[in-house]
Design a protein around this ligand. Structure first.
Ligand SMILES: NC(=O)c1ccc[n+]([C@@H]2O[C@H](COP(=O)([O-])OP(=O)(O)OC[C@H]3O[C@@H](n4cnc5c(N)ncnc54)[C@H](OP(=O)(O)O)[C@@H]3O)[C@@H](O)[C@H]2O)c1
Length: 223
């Protein structure tokens, strides 16, 4: 779909990291880009707030969700299920709340692009929350691609990408994690938000793409 001055794109989670890179790329095009997250007053864990947000916005053309990067790590026997459920409330149920409300407001020719993560399809002890949330989103997105057709629904699955998601880590642990990824990934480096933004633009622009999971992970899944 061609962008015009009337095109409205929404990036939920677009204040930082991957979402900000998507918003910046879309801002180079004609039309309006709306960025929303908790600091803008939208908490996607609250479905009523999500519905109000889209009702106030009116018709939209492209909706991207990158919100919800935090999830407890640890073995199932060690992680409190309340913490696991809280992460699901944001990323899994929040993404579906956005999908549900956006579906009522997306114009013909529109697209919805969700975000999963490489752990969806890697078996790594200590990561069951991320694995479950992301695998669930990939599965539901394929169903949505059929239920909402001819609207298009896709998922971008990032690998380790340097963003604010890791800002609370102790700096030396953070750089050790990034260095480990750089030395172990086939591409020899970790990801940058702009690498990921290209996947969302592909999902938005390609009229023949729906139900797809776009892996941009430096080769994490072929290690
Ligand atoms: N970075 C990676 O290595 C990596 C790897 C695999 C998958 N991913 C996935 O990629 C996506 C983007 O990650 P990122 O690294 O760009 O993370 P990020 O920089 O932490 O961005 C996430 C954004 O989500 C917003 N957010 C959090 N909770 C929210 C809520 N309840 N309601 C609305 N907005 C909320 C935050 O803004 P507010 O604080 O203002 O709400 C924040 O701007 C996430 O789904 C993450 O799981 C990232």
């Amino acid at each position: 779909m061609t962008f015009s001055d009337q095109t409205v794109s929404v990036v939920v989670g677009g204040q930082t990291g991957i979402g900000r890179a998507v918003a910046q790329a879309l801002q180079q095009r004609p039309g309006r880009v709306v960025v929303a997250s908790r600091r803008d007053g939208l908490d996607i864990a609250d479905p009523a707030a999500v519905e109000r947000f889209f009702a106030d916005l009116g018709p939209v053309d492209h909706v991207v969700v990158t919100a919800g990067s935090q999830a407890p790590g640890g073995k199932l026997v060690d992680v409190g299920l309340d913490a696991a459920k809280a992460a699901f409330d944001v990323k899994f149920w929040g993404s579906l709340a956005v999908a549900q409300s956006a579906a009522r407001h997306l114009r013909p020719g529109g697209s919805l692009t969700l975000t999963s993560g490489f752990l969806a399809r890697r078996t790594v002890p200590g990561s069951f929350v991320k694995t479950a949330m992301n695998a669930g989103l990939e599965a539901v997105a394929k169903i949505l691609a059929r239920e909402l057709a001819p609207l298009r629904v896709n998922v971008v699955s990032p690998g380790l990408t340097e963003t604010e998601a890791y800002a609370s880590m102790e700096p030396s642990a953070r750089s050790a994690m990034l260095d480990r990824a750089a030395s172990s990934l086939p591409v020899g480096r970790f990801g940058q938000p702009a690498d990921l933004a290209q996947g969302y633009l592909l999902a938005i622009d390609n009229p023949f793409m729906t139900g797809a999971v776009i892996d941009i992970d430096g080769g994490a899944l072929i290690q």
